[in-house]
Design a protein around this ligand. Structure first.
Ligand SMILES: Nc1nc2c(c(=O)[nH]1)N[C@H]1C(S)=C(S)[C@@H](COP(=O)(O)O)O[C@H]1N2
Ligand SMILES: [Mo]
Length: 264
């Protein structure tokens, strides 16, 4: 209960941090036209804040996403976005079947954590069969296995100033930016971080998570759209706001115009 009350209090301030809503037309769609100060964009941001609060009220904070059965898994999870990261950091941890991989929990926590893949696999795991919806207009039902994020956050001790998790990924997106390709990243509020279906998935459809789908570890945040499901995650950083990351809107696709909350 304490957690829910805390989360609810945190929620009250979230409107201003919500990013803009634009028509969602596809994963490779790029919004180069609207600047930060654009009037239309600020109007959309206000609309998005309203949508966010309305959706939270309607759906409820801990409501579960629909879970399916094995019979509903029709084909493998269709890989999308990055499918084979080539950054030196990723290639280094990929050697020896991810023996050198660590999942770090950092930022506004009392005790930062650094866990190997073996340590993650030794934790109690949750398996869930859910539907992944990409804004490109396709969906896949797949089975995901991994520890819940909530207990790990409790172990790290989330400080009162923390309001979001930023999920840092190994892959970069070569979108022609002048500063070089930016890394993929995502974020969620703490309601989604502590949600029972939010897991660090290392398993998919009964086997190891394939590289194309985010190995060794990817997020499943089941009440959110496909682009919120960060693959190749190496660090989860607890922050009070996410404006200092990337373009400041809480995720790679959000920086390119997608909705921050991205609820289904
Ligand atoms: N690190 C990283 N995570 C990512 C992406 C990406 O390119 N890089 N693409 C996103 C998008 S748009 C979708 S639809 C899903 C695709 O996940 P899948 O490859 O397992 O289908 O991953 C999301 N997470
Ligand atoms: Mo997507």
């Amino acid at each position: 209960m304490r957690q829910l009350i805390l989360n609810r209090r945190r929620l009250l301030g979230l409107g201003a941090a919500s990013a803009s809503t634009l028509l969602l037309s596809g994963c490779d769609w790029y919004d180069g036209g609207l600047g930060m100060g654009d009037g239309l964009r600020s109007a959309l941001e206000r609309a998005n804040a309203l949508t966010y609060h309305a959706q939270r009220l309607l759906v409820g904070q801990q409501a579960l996403a629909t879970e399916y059965t094995d019979a509903d898994i029709l084909q493998g999870q269709r890989p999308n976005g990055t499918v084979d990261p080539q950054t030196p950091e990723y290639l280094a941890v990929k050697a020896n079947n991810f023996a050198g991989y660590r999942l770090n929990i950092t930022g506004l926590v009392n005790t930062p954590l650094s866990l190997s893949l073996a340590e993650l696999k030794a934790l109690p795991a949750r398996t869930q069969i859910t539907r992944h919806d990409c804004v490109e207009g396709w969906s896949c039902i797949a089975k995901w296995t991994g520890p819940q994020l909530g207990p790990l956050l409790d172990r790290a001790g989330v400080q009162p100033a923390a309001r979001f998790c930023v999920y840092h990924c190994y892959d970069t997106m070569d979108d022609g930016s002048l500063d070089g390709p930016p890394p993929y990243y995502e974020s969620s509020d703490l309601v989604d971080a502590f949600h029972p279906q939010t897991i660090l998935a290392y398993g998919m459809n009964g086997g190891d998570l394939p590289i194309a789908n985010g190995a060794p570890v990817r997020m499943r945040i089941e009440r959110a759209l496909g682009y919120k499901q960060a693959k190749y995650v190496h660090t989860i950083e607890l922050v009070s706001d996410f404006t200092k990351f990337g373009g400041g809107r809480g995720g790679y696709w959000e920086d390119n115009g997608y909705d921050w909350y991205g609820g289904i």
